[in-house]
Design a protein around this ligand. Structure first.
Ligand code: MEV
Length: 306
C-alpha cells in the first residue's frame, strides 16, 4: 500500500489574474488530503472517497476525478488498475484547493506504491496534469501549494518563491456551501476579457501592482496594510464578476466584525472567502459572526510551512 499527502490552500491575492501571468500570493493551510493506493486486479480503478465533503461536491466532481486519475497515471506511466482511498482533514469543497491536494496526494501515493521515488518537483508536475481535468487551464498555483506548502509568491511558468514570515497569522475561511465549477469561472473571465478589452486591461494592471504592494506589506508583516490590499483585491475580483452574493455577504460580515481585510478566495462563484484575523480573539469573533449566520467556518493560519 502506497501513501501520500497534499495540502489545502488559500489564495490571498490574484486568483484568476494568475491564469494570465499576473503574480499571485497563496499559502498552504494546516489541512490536508491523504491518499492510499494499492494495485488492484479488477478491470478498472476503484475510488473510495472518504473525505468529508460539501453536499453535492463528490457527485459534481466525479467525472473530473476519474479523468484526473487517468491523467495522473498517464503522466506516471502506470498501466495497472488501482484501488484508491482518499481521506484526511481537508474538506472536499470549492476554494480550498481540494482537487489539487487530492492530485498531489494520489501522485505521492502512486510513487510510494511503485517505488518511483519522485521528487517534490516531479510530484508537482504530475499534480498539474491531474488538475487539468478540473480546471482546463490551471495556472499551477493550487498544485504548487498542495505539493510544496508554505506561503508562496507564484507566477505562471516560473519557479515558486517562498515568502517567509516570523510566525503564522490567523485567518478565518467562511464556506458559502456552494459547489462551484472553477473551469466555468475561468472560462467566463476569458470570455469577458475578450469583450471588454480596455476595461479588463485596466483591472489587470491594478491587480499586478497590487501583488507587489501586497508582497511588500507581507514581508514587513504590516497586517493592517495586507488587509486593506485584500479588500481592494476583492473589489477587482468583483469587477471581473467571479464573486457571488453569498461571498460578498460573508466578506462584508467579516469586515464589520473587525477583520483586517476579507475577500473571496479561489475560483469564486461559491466556495470559500478568507478573512485576515491576526490573533485568536479576533479570529474567534469573526468565526462566530459567520457561524451565527448559518455558514460553516475553517479556522486556520497562513505561513504554516514557510
Ligand atoms: C483556483 O483555485 C485559482 C484560479 O486562479 C485558477 C488557477 O489559477 O488555475 C481561479
Amino acid at each position: 500500500m502506497g501513501i501520500g499527502y497534499g495540502y489545502g490552500k488559500v489564495i490571498l491575492f490574484n486568483e484568476h489574474f494568475v491564469v494570465y501571468g499576473i503574480p499571485a500570493i497563496a499559502s498552504s493551510i494546516d489541512k490536508e488530503t491523504i491518499a492510499e493506493v494499492r494495485v488492484y486486479d479488477g478491470n478498472k480503478d476503484v475510488i473510495h472517497d472518504g473525505r468529508d465533503a460539501v453536499p453535492g461536491y463528490k457527485r459534481e466532481k466525479y467525472r473530473q476525478q476519474v479523468e484526473s486519475i487517468k491523467r495522473i497515471k498517464n503522466a506516471m506511466n502506470i498501466d495497472e488498475n488501482l484501488d484508491i482511498w482518499l481521506h484526511g482533514s481537508l474538506k472536499a469543497a470549492s476554494g480550498v484547493g481540494a482537487s489539487a491536494a487530492s492530485c498531489a496526494a494520489i501522485a505521492r501515493a502512486i510513487s510510494d506504491e511503485f517505488g518511483l521515488d519522485y521528487s517534490d518537483e516531479e510530484i508537482n508536475k504530475v499534480a498539474y496534469e491531474g488538475e487539468k481535468a478540473y480546471h482546463g487551464n490551471p495556472s499551477g498555483i493550487d498544485n504548487s501549494c498542495a505539493t510544496f506548502g508554505g506561503l508562496i509568491w507564484f507566477e505562471r511558468d516560473k519557479e515558486v518563491e517562498k515568502i517567509s514570515i516570523s510566525k503564522p497569522v490567523e485567518i478565518v475561511m467562511g464556506n458559502t456551501g456552494v459547489v462551484a465549477n472553477t473551469k466555468k469561472a475561468v472560462d467566463g473571465v476569458l470570455e469577458r476579457k475578450n469583450i471588454y478589452k480596455e476595461k479588463y486591461e485596466d483591472i489587470f494592471k491594478k491587480a499586478e501592482r497590487l501583488a507587489y504592494d501586497a508582497r511588500g506589506a507581507i514581508e514587513k508583516e504590516n497586517w493592517k496594510e495586507v488587509g486593506l490590499l485584500m479588500n481592494r483585491n476583492h473589489g477587482l475580483l468583483q469587477e471581473i464578476e467571479v464573486s457571488s452574493k453569498d461571498l460578498d455577504f460573508l466578506v462584508e460580515l467579516a469586515r464589520d466584525n473587525g477583520a483586517y481585510g476579507a475577500k473571496m478566495t479561489g475560483g469564486g462563484l461559491g466556495g470559500y472567502m478568507v478573512a485576515l484575523t491576526p490573533g485568536k480573539e479576533l479570529q474567534n469573533r469573526v468565526a462566530k459572526a459567520i457561524e451565527k449566520e448559518g455558514f460553516e467556518v475553517l479556522l486556520t493560519a497562513i505561513g504554516n510551512r514557510s
